[in-house]
Design a binder for this molecule. Structure first.
Ligand code: NAD
Length: 474
């Protein structure tokens, strides 16, 4: 099976005629190939998107909304196929793909279809006269997305870009190209005008960089690692190109003695291990009030070891394999480093003896705050435990990170919760819950986790230029 580019409404071979292997994480075997794109493919896609722009951008917002709704309908009609494909490609449990990720991709398309019709310009009536602001689409925009939530994050970017009237060249992760290719096919099936949505596959340094530096690409919306995000920022800066960067995290989970932690232990474990910890929002540093530390630790270990690690296509599987050999090696190296740094591995900590890249939930305590295990993003099924005595200490530990993506606070004391929420260095804070998402809210990180926000009208603003018009009213 070969995954081709989707350019100008057609499946296209790569200009270079080179292909990359695509692996099944559950067997570690190459099962397909994906186009290894290059700058020529990006050029072709950008040219197609430029040709499509005048008509798409001048269409009534209702019409763009209808196209997004049609794409959502077509995706919904094939939800099961997409869920199977997503599960196979990234090794994620089928339940997760079917019940959360593909439905969320559908919601992204529907949400921004509505946003297209609700996005209004502002006006300011003052003494001198009236000002009104016109928001215009930028032109051709590029999106670069990661492998951990492939279609969910791709649609989170293309939907607002298209809703706002831009045409798009999307570069999915080369590790999980399957559902992006299928979305290209769906777009062609429903008759989306050619060139409005183009998909170019390939490696970051070849396709991603060509997209970022292309003179006709007006903005880049990126989700991925901090190291790549910084490189994109460096390349885009001299071109004065708009960038939105959603990057890594090392998120704290603060558990207080007065919380209902016994009842919430399954959610707290899920917040650490969902999708094998390969979600940027997973809580990987669990900070626990000392008086409940031993009881909480034992309960969390029991909960984590009860999670079923296994084949992604098994309905009962909670954790599938890690996505790739490279990522598996990175996670295993981080666990080995934690051992070397004196950490106690309370559960997990080894690969399963079977083909594929399976690592069970791993909980480590005994690491100092400055150890790599408490500082660096692992992005796997690995969480650390640390104890604190006071609210001030909990806050200082939560903020002892260069990242600032998400945090969760577990307490019944809402004054404390609000005080901590105001002090935590994170773009998203949850109180007594995790992953409660409302697509209208701003989403983004601070510090090394991000620049700019996605979500709701924030995303529509990112994908538009503003012009203010002032009228003198005598
Ligand atoms: P990655 O940075 O390696 O790759 C992300 C995308 O960038 C891929 O499509 C890749 O091909 C491309 N890329 C790589 N090098 C590039 C370059 N030089 N120029 C342009 N593009 C390039 O990240 P990943 O391993 O795919 O994903 C995991 C990372 O993503 C983790 O750090 C995770 O925290 C982060 N993430 C963040 C969020 C968020 O919303 N903040 C969400 C999901 C994942």
């Amino acid at each position: 099976m070969r995954f081709k580019h989707w350019i100008d409404g057609h499946a296209c071979d790569p200009a270079s005629d080179r292909w990359l292997d695509v692996f099944d994480p559950a067997t570690a075997r190459a099962v397909a190939q994906v186009a290894a794109g290059n700058a020529d493919d990006v050029d072709k896609a950008v040219a197609a998107a430029r040709r499509a722009f005048p008509q798409w951008s001048s269409a009534a917002s209702m019409e763009r909304a209808r196209w997004l709704e049609r794409l959502a309908d077509a995706l919904e009609a094939r939800l099961e196929d997409f869920a199977q494909a997503e599960s196979r490609d990234g090794g994620k449990p089928i339940r997760l793909a079917r019940e959360i990720e593909i439905p969320r991709a559908i919601s992204n398309l529907r949400f921004f279809a509505h946003a297209a019709t609700q996005f209004a310009s502002e006006s300011h009536h003052g003494q001198a006269g009236l000002n009104y602001t016109v928001r215009q689409p930028l032109g051709v925009v590029g999106t670069i997305s990661p492998w951990n939530l492939p279609l969910y994050l791709l649609t989170w970017k293309i939907a607002p870009a298209l809703a706002a009237g831009n045409t798009v060249v999307a570069k999915p992760s080369e590790v999980t190209p399957r559902t992006a290719t299928m979305l290209g096919e769906l777009a062609a099936d429903i008759g989306l005008p050619a060139g409005v949505l183009n998909i170019v596959h390939g490696l970051g340094p070849e396709v991603g960089e060509a997209l970022v530096t292309h003179r006709d690409v007006r903005a880049i919306s990126f989700t991925g690692s901090t190291v790549v995000g910084k490189r994109i920022a460096t390349m885009a800066a001299p071109l004065l190109k708009k960038v939105s960067l959603e990057m890594g995290g090392k998120n704290p989970t603060l558990v207080f003695a007065d919380s209902d932690w016994q009842a919430q232990i399954a959610t707290i474990a899920r917040s650490a291990f969902q999708n094998s910890g390969q979600i940027c929002l997973c809580g990987s540093r669990i900070l626990v009030e000392r008086s409940i530390y031993p009881a909480f630790r034992d309960a969390l270990v029991a909960q984590a070891t009860s999670l079923r690690v296994g084949d992604p296509d098994d309905e009962n599987t909670d954790l599938g394999p890690l996505v790739s050999q490279a990522h598996f090696d990175k996670v295993m190296k981080a666990i080995a480093q934690a051992r070397e740094d004196g950490g106690n591995v309370l559960c997990g900590g080894h690969a399963l003896e079977r083909p594929g890249w399976f690592v069970p939930p791993t909980i480590i305590d005994g690491l100092g705050q400055d150890c790599a295990g408490n500082r660096e993003e692992i992005f796997g099924p690995v969480a650390t435990l640390q104890a604190f005595d006071t609210d001030a200490e909990a806050l200082a530990m939560a903020n002892a990170s260069d990242y600032g993506l998400a945090a969760s606070i577990w307490t019944r004391d809402l004054v404390r919760a609000h005080r901590l929420a105001a002090g935590i260095h994170a773009g998203v804070v949850w109180i007594n819950t995790w992953m409660m998402r409302d697509l209208r809210t701003p989403f983004g990180g601070m510090g090394q986790s991000g620049l700019g926000s996605e979500g709701g009208f924030e995303a529509m603003r990112f994908f538009t230029d503003t012009r203010n018009v002032g009228i003198f009213i005598g």
